[in-house]
Design a protein around this ligand. Structure first.
Ligand SMILES: [Fe+2]
Ligand SMILES: [Fe+2]
Length: 278
């Protein structure tokens, strides 16, 4: 793999993906390749508005602007934390402080793993087990663990009133251009991108799994009545692309882990970005 300098990142405003449901975007250039990675979160504007994941510290100012342009902080009643990775928890403290009426949907393992960098207000927490649901006034949200994940604390989020499924790190893929929709992607590139991220950056243990047992778990997710997949690291997936996406992730236990950038690539990155001594 060789190093290619990349263009600076760009701003993508929030997009409406279903009734009352908006995805908040950050676009991060991939290191050493002319590719881009979404770091998304979501807002559900129901009777009791929900913030789904809290973006990153690098995008703090824009994330707070984007979210609170959609919902008044005092109106937010729930902050759903999918897991304890910094691209999902980056503005947790700021969101909890800005939204005094919000409860934090999390779980025991998340507190055990993340309490070293966030002081969880336990009286504001609601622990949701894998498969549990919680009532947000005008809808019941379901929180099953997605098939591909990189923290044992992970919960996805399914809203049966809109058919939107927040798949967290599942379906992650880089993009040659952040403006591209899934339908714009070359089919082989989409497969390559999902393979690279799932087995190289999210869940390398997928290659150790029994394909039948894992496939049965993928089925339980696919059998939700999903009309729209929104996730942290991919464009929205709808229509015929939902089945294609599930078919791709079902193959992971039968694939080899992809080759990843090594020290020679890091050497190229440093050489290309370092300032010559005067
Ligand atoms: Fe993650
Ligand atoms: Fe992530």
């Amino acid at each position: 793999m060789t190093f290619t300098p990349v263009a600076p990142t760009m701003y993508v405003p929030p997009t409406k993906v279903a009734k009352d449901t908006f995805v908040i975007h950050q676009v991060q250039p991939a290191l050493g390749q002319p590719l881009f990675v979404y770091i998304n979160s979501m807002v559900i504007l129901g009777k009791e508005p929900v913030i789904v994941d809290t973006g990153t510290p690098a995008n703090r100012k824009q994330w707070l602007e984007d979210v609170f342009a959609l919902v008044e902080p005092n109106d937010v009643r729930w902050i759903f934390l999918s897991h304890d990775d910094v691209d999902h928890t980056g503005n947790l403290d700021e969101a909890m402080t800005a939204c005094p009426n919000a409860k934090l949907v999390c779980n025991w393992a998340m507190i055990e793993r993340h309490t070293n960098c966030f002081d969880f207000p336990l009286e504001r927490c609601q622990w949701v087990m894998h498969g549990d649901s919680f009532d947000v006034g005008d809808r019941i949200l379901h929180a099953p663990r997605p098939p591909v994940f990189d923290s044992p604390t992970t919960r996805g989020l399914f809203d049966p009133t809109t058919g939107v499924y927040w798949a967290v790190d599942t379906f992650a893929t880089p993009l040659p251009d952040p403006k591209m929709a899934i339908s714009d992607l070359d089919a082989d590139f989409w497969q390559f991108g999902m393979h690279l991220f799932a087995l190289g950056a999210v869940s390398p243990w997928l290659t150790m799994l029994d394909p039948v047992k894992y496939g049965q778990y993928v089925d339980t997710t696919q059998n939700l009545d999903i009309t729209t997949i929104a996730a942290c690291h991919c464009p929205v997936i709808e229509g015929e692309y939902i089945e294609r996406a599930f078919n791709m992730i079902r193959q992971f236990p039968t694939l080899e882990a992809p080759p990843l950038p090594d020290q020679s690539v890091l050497d190229q990155v440093i050489a290309a970005t370092s300032t010559p001594a005067p």
